[in-house]
Design a protein around this ligand. Structure first.
Ligand code: ADE
Length: 237
């Protein structure tokens, strides 16, 4: 899977690209990443990529030309038409189902904006899909781009080893994870639930499932409702 990121802040991806599960996936070529600096597509000597909005108003708007040119260049190196995503609080909220769907693309181009916004013609004529990572306003689309890539990459086959398994991830199942403990079994007078050190594998699995159910019901009643509906639907075939 290939990601091309168009950004005004290429350096913010430095440690993201090299670290942890994501870094390993790029090194082993399970995924590829290319960062495109929007400023390289500016045509004036001062490398301006933004301008004042027509009709007035505060803030600067990223001009269409550098963005269109960056997309043109990326598409010359692409075998098939990439899926083009722009990050904005106006986009569809990012869910695990979005992540699963986007995993089907071989090539995704992510446009991370800054300033007040981007020229609307980019959204109308270049972008296939707008994504929001939540109902709050960030200063740009770079964090959302990293959030999306991380969520996709960790689900790609081979990205995560057995002991980092994604099997108990919350969202593919729809339940929050059970609590985890490690050694020592007793710490500052606080002990691990005895069942976990009992060696009864079947009982431990039951305990974990019950914890997942009760935690989800308590902390995320919306997810719990959804889970019950799914369960019912699966029962009815
Ligand atoms: N850009 C600024 N805020 C954002 C958000 N919440 N989601 C996606 N892109 C954004």
């Amino acid at each position: 899977m290939r990601f091309d990121v168009i950004t005004t802040m290429p350096n913010v991806y430095d440690s993201f690209k090299d670290t942890g599960i994501v870094g390993r996936a790029f090194r082993s070529e399970i995924a590829q990443i290319n960062i495109w600096d929007l400023r390289n597509y500016a045509t004036d000597t001062f490398k301006h990529i933004d301008d004042v909005p027509f009709g007035g108003g505060s803030g600067m708007i990223i001009k269409p030309d550098p963005i269109f040119k960056a997309f043109d260049e990326i598409e010359t190196v692409s075998v098939e038409k990439p899926h083009r995503i722009f990050f904005t609080p106006q986009g569809k909220p990012l869910k695990q189902a979005t992540v699963q769907r986007l995993m089907n693309y071989k090539h995704i181009v992510l446009l991370a904006g800054r300033y007040k916004g981007i020229d609307e013609r980019v959204r109308e004529h270049l972008i296939d899909e707008e994504i929001s990572i939540g109902d709050y306003v960030l200063s740009g689309g770079d964090l959302p781009a990293m959030v999306l890539m991380d969520a996709i990459i960790r689900r790609l086959p081979g990205a995560v080893s057995d002991d980092e398994s994604t099997d108990t991830d919350t969202f593919p199942v729809g339940l929050l994870d059970a609590p985890h403990y490690t050694r020592p079994a007793e710490y500052r007078g606080f002990s691990v639930p005895p069942i976990l050190v009992s060696g009864h594998h079947k009982k431990i699995e039951e305990w974990k499932l019950n914890k997942r159910l009760s935690r989800t019901k308590e902390k995320r009643p919306d997810l719990y409702e959804e889970y019950l509906i799914q369960l019912e639907e699966n029962k009815n075939g």
